[in-house]
Design a protein around this ligand. Structure first.
Ligand code: ADP
Ligand code: MG
Ligand code: ZN
Length: 601
């Protein structure tokens, strides 16, 4: 929503109210002042004054029900009569005829005016109020197209490259951008064109936003940021007008950085959508392209965009002169993970013997955001335990919590369920251990976490980038280990392994259609773009015939059946061992790597 400045309506109303109050009180004050030295007396005293002939010149003034007179001793007196009663009647038993009664029109003009005007004023207020709110909603509607990009605190970001651990190549590339922003003349003199757009590509949480901020911080230039999804609003055309507005603002403050987060939300390939949303997206994208082309060479505004789906971006965005610089921000390797942990440990008190490299080793595939989360969880845990410093156990616990989800100690399992779960997990672990190429078992647990009743946690010895067919086959067996164990030990399977089966099938399928690991040969099937993007998917996702589909299904099922046979053999042969470990696991709830491996010596 646009941020229209909403004045609190109470302020002006208050002023009006104040004026009214002043008015009224002024009236009364005035009245009181003229009668300042008048003595209030009772009606009977008035009567007495008449009978005793105490009234100066017998002069009495009657104004409404108020009777004012002056005594022969020069005292001004005032009394009240009943409003309806005539003075002649009340005084009929006295010699009132001798009085010189002056009847004055009661001075109630202002009072009457205020009383009669009050409803009108009320209505006026009401209208003013209505108009005010109508106006503000109007201006909100008009402001709708205004960009929501914020100048981060008016100036530059405080983040520096030093706050971004690892990501060496990305930083290297971005240092150039910083230099362009700092000293554009140097490049212009050489006749070089300063790049207009940089696109940061990488999985969520790897630090793309952080890097963009760091560029602004290093170059000392303002940072405008907007998210792709913010462009797309209720009304068609808003996105385009936001873009126009954003670039206009940016050019005014150049040199500066425009950061478009999640650009895939607007930058998808055009001409593919079916629904209404796509028109809007297309207009917005066109506007971005137009604006980027419209920069003069000296504009010194660099647009940084971020996405985790570069594959869906419109090629027009990526051509030279637009986002032609692509910086890949990948998941950190073990060294970078340690560095990231160190960055986030900076402001936290750590015990001296804390070994962050052990945590880094055990967190393959984690992103910077995950690692930050580990440090934070560890800090929370330590604080809630009233510790002075964060120790290794807290870090390990935090790692587990982030990797596997929080423990659910409150979930109560029956003895039978616990027994089945223990056997199931041990089945996974033993099969995994005995198959070649499988990652070592890091931990076995029958404490529920999230959806899972138990967990077998495999961890690779080191970060892995390539996976062989034999590794996949071993993993298929390990994943089936739970299912097969339940079948052999309890004579039937439960619903427990359904997730295992899903993953097994998905993996076997990918081996066939993506990796060419079956006798269908080195062919990939289906578009890699799995995500549904209306229109595109309907036409293209399945690019093979029904016959091929049948062949694929056959290979998938073959792979799984082969794995099943192997697994069955292993579990059968190791029944005694599985029983033994299961009993221990039931008792201890957790078994670590060293202990687990000692069963095989
Ligand atoms: P992305 O934009 O790629 O989704 P972010 O830049 O928002 O990810 O990163 C999320 C958080 O993770 C950051 O705020 C930062 O604290 C942490 N983080 C990610 N990568 C790093 C890194 N290389 N060094 C330090 N912290 C990082
Ligand atoms: Mg981000
Ligand atoms: Zn399982």
């Amino acid at each position: 929503m646009a941020r229209a400045i909403k004045r609190p309506p109470s302020k002006t109303s208050f002023v009006w109210f104040l004026i009214l109050v002043l008015f009224v009180s002024g009236y009364y004050y005035n009245n009181n002042e003229t009668n300042g030295d008048v003595k209030d007396v009772s009606f009977s005293e008035f009567r007495k004054d008449i009978t005793q002939d105490n009234i100066l010149d017998s002069k009495v003034t009657l104004s409404g029900s108020t009777i004012i007179y002056e005594t022969s001793k020069n005292v001004n007196k005032k009394t009240l009569k009943e409003p309806q009663a005539a003075l002649s009647q009340i005084l009929s038993d006295t010699e009132y005829q001798e009085l010189d009664i002056q009847i004055k029109q009661e001075d109630t003009f202002w009072l009457e005016f205020i009383i009669s005007a009050f409803p009108a004023v009320l209505i006026l207020f009401f209208f003013l109020f209505m108009m005010r709110s109508a106006q503000s909603s109007n201006s909100q509607a008009l402001n709708f197209g205004k960009t929501k990009a914020r100048l981060s605190n008016g100036t530059t970001s405080k983040t520096k490259f030093a706050d971004v651990a690892g990501a060496k190549e990305a930083k290297e590339e971005l240092k150039e951008v910083v230099d362009f922003l700092k000293s554009p003349k140097k490049y212009l003199k050489m006749g070089a064109k300063i790049p207009k757009g940089v696109i940061l590509v990488g999985p969520p949480g790897t630090g793309k936003t952080l890097l963009a901020r760091a560029v602004s911080g290093e170059a000392g230039v303002p940072f405008f940021s907007i998210s792709g999804s913010e462009f797309v609003e209720m009304f068609v055309g808003v996105g385009a007008s936001r873009v126009r507005d954003l670039f206009k603002n940016a050019k005014k403050t150049s040199p500066c950085i425009i950061f478009i987060d999640e650009i895939d939300a607007v930058g998808r390939q055009r001409g593919t959508g079916l629904g209404g949303g796509h028109d809007e997206r297309e207009q917005t994208l066109n506007q971005i392209l137009t604006e980027m082309d419209g920069f003069e060479t000296g504009a010194n505004v660099i647009v940084i965009a971020a996405t985790n789906r570069p594959d869906v971006l419109d090629p027009a965005l990526l051509r030279p002169g637009r986002f032609d610089r692509r910086v890949v921000v990948d998941r950190p390797d073990i060294k970078d993970r340690q560095a990231i942990l160190e960055v986030h440990a900076r402001k936290k008190p750590l015990k001296k013997n804390v070994d962050l490299s052990a945590i880094a080793k055990r967190s393959p595939g984690f992103t910077g955001a995950d690692l930050e989360n580990i440090m934070n969880e560890a800090a929370i845990m330590s604080a809630s335990k009233n510790l002075k410093k964060i120790g290794q156990p807290e870090l390990e616990n935090a790692l587990e919590k982030v990797a596997l989800g929080p423990e659910k100690k409150s979930r109560v399992l029956s003895d039978e369920e616990r027994n089945i779960t223990a056997h199931h997990e041990v089945g996974h672990a033993v099969v995994g251990h005995l198959m070649p190429d499988c990652d070592p078992v890091h931990k076995l647990s029958i404490i529920s976490r999230g959806q899972a009743l138990g967990i077998t946690w495999y961890l690779p010895e080191e970060d892995r980038h390539l996976y062989s067919k034999s590794k996949f086959e071993s993993e298929l067996c390990a994943m089936l280990g739970g299912y097969v164990t339940e079948e052999i030990f309890f004579g039937q399977v439960t619903t427990g392994p359904s997730n295992d089966l899903e993953r097994t099938t998905a993996m076997a399928r990918r081996m066939v259609i993506e990796f060419g690991m079956s006798d269908l040969g080195p062919v990939t099937y289906g578009e890699k773009n799995h995500e549904v993007f209306i229109g595109r998917d309907i036409g293209h996702s399945k690019n093979y015939s029904e016959k091929t589909a049948y062949e694929i299904d056959l290979r998938v099922s073959n792979l799984i059946h082969e794995a099943y046979k192997k697994t069955f053999k292993i579990v059968k042969e190791n029944k005694a061992l599985i029983t033994k470990i299961s009993l221990d696991l039931l008792e201890k709830e957790n078994i670590g790597r060293d202990e687990f491996e000692s069963y095989f010596k």
